[in-house]
Design a protein around this ligand. Structure first.
Ligand SMILES: NC(=O)c1ccc[n+]([C@@H]2O[C@H](COP(=O)([O-])OP(=O)(O)OC[C@H]3O[C@@H](n4cnc5c(N)ncnc54)[C@H](O)[C@@H]3O)[C@@H](O)[C@H]2O)c1
Length: 359
């Protein structure tokens, strides 16, 4: 089988710990180049991973290397612009979450994707864990019945990803914890529920820990001269058109006992929770309320490569159904826009548009 040429844009933390680790495991991928606006960072990462070429400009890299696939792993505000550029130059894009910082930009990406005939997948790794894959099948088999209520959250006690870095600067991040951690767990809840239509968002945001360097996430270095103009907590509620509700609970920093990331789903036939990676299933059997804790036989290789293998397979065969398509990134951007609108006005905000994509 011919190898596909792969290149990486943005040589920061997530590129190092996720994208390069995943793609270099795949036998049918050749990693040809790494780009970072800081060329020395790109060169150092290329040297660490035996990648032959390093660039400081993604346009040069795409024009010179002509990759089949790029990962976009830059600060959020560049995702849509770089993804659109790559698509229009014939490249498939694995874009980190969120797809964009506003719905308008995400719409341009979806339009560029449709014009180009290329593929865009969002880096929603929480959809690809063994537990989430199993739970999705369980739900699709009807085991929960109708899901009428759900909760999703990621609450950290000390988890600001670098106070004063691009993460806390709205112009570069698009927002705080809602867009950073919400892009994983709001997404996961909606995905598991079958991407139901959100009617409105009702949300409140808070910023209470911006002065407090002790609330940085372990290993993340802040910049005391940097900007911090985003929320460190977001709590709220999505009302769904089908009558169901989704309660939301997110914090980078809060006075709570410990970190918790979770989705809880309540259905007419059963329930499920996925809390800090542990899956539990709830129901009734023979007149008894029954809890199941499935012991999934983890295959470490599949866990490491699942998201990357899936995208390469979809690039090779356009008839495969992409698990995390650009349209879902647009949908998330519309939810975030409505949530922030609600936080600004103090009242629920209707979603700007109905999303007619296939779910
Ligand atoms: N899926 C996940 O679990 C997960 C985890 C962490 C981060 N992320 C996402 O990954 C992205 C990157 O986060 P990070 O933690 O790696 O940030 P980071 O700051 O460590 O890395 C970003 C890199 O992008 C580079 N960059 C900036 N402008 C550029 C440009 N024009 N061209 C090329 N490179 C450029 C920076 O120099 C930096 O090296 C973010 O969008 C974040 O939301 C996802």
């Amino acid at each position: 089988m011919d190898k596909l040429k792969y290149a990486l844009i943005g040589a920061g933390g997530n590129a190092e710990y996720k994208h390069i680790q995943g793609y270099k495991q795949l036998h049918d991928i050749e990693v040809v180049a790494i780009c970072d606006i800081d060329g020395s960072k790109a060169a150092a990462m290329a040297a660490r991973h035996n990648v032959p070429n390093a660039y400081d400009d993604y346009r040069d890299m795409i024009e010179t290397e002509r990759p089949d696939i790029v990962s976009v792993v830059t600060p959020n505000f560049l995702h849509a612009e770089i993804t659109e550029y790559a698509l229009l130059h014939g490249v498939n894009v694995h874009c980190e979450k969120p797809l964009s910082i506003h719905a308008e930009e995400a719409k341009r990406v979806v339009a560029a994707k449709n014009r180009s005939g290329k593929q865009v997948m969002i880096g929603l790794n929480n959809r690809f864990t063994n537990e989430a894959v199993y739970l999705k099948k369980w739900i699709d088999d009807g085991k929960l019945g109708d899901i009428y209520s759900a909760k999703a959250g990621w609450v950290r006690r000390s988890g600001i990803p670098g106070s004063g870095t691009w993460f806390t600067d709205r112009a570069r991040s698009g927002g705080g914890v809602l867009i950073d951690l919400g892009s994983h767990y709001i997404d996961l809840a909606l995905y598991l529920m079958g991407m139901p239509q959100v009617a409105y968002a009702a949300g409140r945001i808070h910023r209470n820990f911006m002065q407090n360097g002790t609330r940085n996430r372990h290993g993340y270095i802040g910049n005391e001269n940097g900007v911090f103009n985003v929320e460190d907590a977001a709590h709220g509620y999505l009302g769904l058109e089908n009558g169901a509700s989704l309660a939301l609970d997110f914090s980078w920093a809060a006075n709570i006992e410990e970190e918790r990331f979770y989705v809880e789903l309540m259905g007419t036939e059963g329930g499920a929770s996925l809390v800090n990676g542990t899956l539990k299933l709830f129901g009734e059997h023979n007149g008894v309320c029954l809890d199941l804790t499935p012991k999934l036989n983890l295959n470490p290789y599949l866990q490491l490569t699942g998201e990357f293998r899936h995208f390469v397979d979809c690039v090779r065969d356009a008839d495969q159904r992409l698990i995390a398509p650009a349209e879902h990134g647009l949908y998330f951007a519309e939810i975030v826009d409505a949530f922030y609108e609600s936080a600004r006005t103090g009242f629920p905000a209707a979603l700007a548009e109905r999303n007619l994509f296939s779910r």
